[in-house]
Design a protein around this ligand. Sequence first.
Ligand code: NAD
Length: 344
Amino acid sequence: MRVTFGAGVLRKLTDEVAALGLRRVLVLCSPEQEDTGRLVTDTLGDRSAGLLAEARMHVPIEIAHRAQRLAARSGADGCVAVGGGSAIGLGKAIALEHGLPVVAIPTTYAGSEMTPVWGLTENGQKRTGRDQRVLPRSVLYDPELTLSLPTALSAVSGMNALAHAVEGLYAPDATPIVSLMAEEGVRALASALPGVVRDGTDVEARANALYGAWLCGAVLGATTMSLHHKLCHTLGGTLDLPHAQTHTVVLPHALAYNQPAVPQALSTLSRALGGVADPARALWELAGRLGAPRSLRELGMAEADIPRVVDFAVSNPYANPRDVTADGIRGLLQQAWVGDPPQG
Ligand code: NAD
């Protein structure tokens, strides 16, 4: 895909849309970002086919159908999704149905813009799949559009991005190039996030964080995720826990669980995090410094739900560098529920 990065690159949107041969594009965003959506339609002028400000977390099927119908009715030949993973996910739902190209303008660090992975939620069940048609054709990373992301959300969104790089380093399909991206992504995000949280209007810190998110998203798109992502998927899907916050809480514990089995990933992470001895502990401390949640309890999960998540985690086989045992996962989730420091 094409990627355009830098403060103010939104001004190049019309050129990017024209370069793809698109004449009328439907703009998508969340209701909370309707102003940003309007800024995008204004920037597009007569290349805009309208704005749908209805994107929601995990792409509910009814909203996907509405967006697909509107895309067809408005004669759109492409979409521009501006926002976080929810807006980009809605663009992907249209691409999946009609094959329309997606231009993504990410304003969080979630990384969906770099992946061919789509998701749709129906009757409380989220289905996901891979399809090259949903991979955005062009991505514009404009740090200025991230200045409004509340610092608390920035912290958890950044931790969410770090999780992609961590699991990319020990993925079954990891490659040396992807590992370089993962290391640089971790370094960039871990060093930028404290500055972002200190001053959300610091454009330089925002640019460094977005650069890290780009790298981590590219790792997510290129590799198969393991235990951490599966646990977060289950916690989000079955208990409706918030996406980025859940990643933030679980990551140190999932990494601590896997650390004994992944010495090479460990030394890469140690280097990326400034020479730390225990990367899992360092990520837990980073979350604390960022003022982010560190326990599943504070996200509203009931302790009584742990066995259900354990059952799900052990009954669905997936790639993981260390054996996934019921006792192991129970211990991991118990620590994460309480918010204790991670122990493998
Ligand atoms: P989100 O897109 O739901 O955004 C969270 C909230 O923040 C929304 O209200 C949004 O409008 C607001 N927001 C976003 N950017 C803002 C900004 N700059 N200023 C002010 N408000 C802003 O959250 P997310 O964490 O980015 O995305 C989560 C969703 O994306 C989940 O459904 C997840 O499964 C999906 N996702 C998919 C992939 C993939 O590869 N398919 C990858 C990552 C995440």
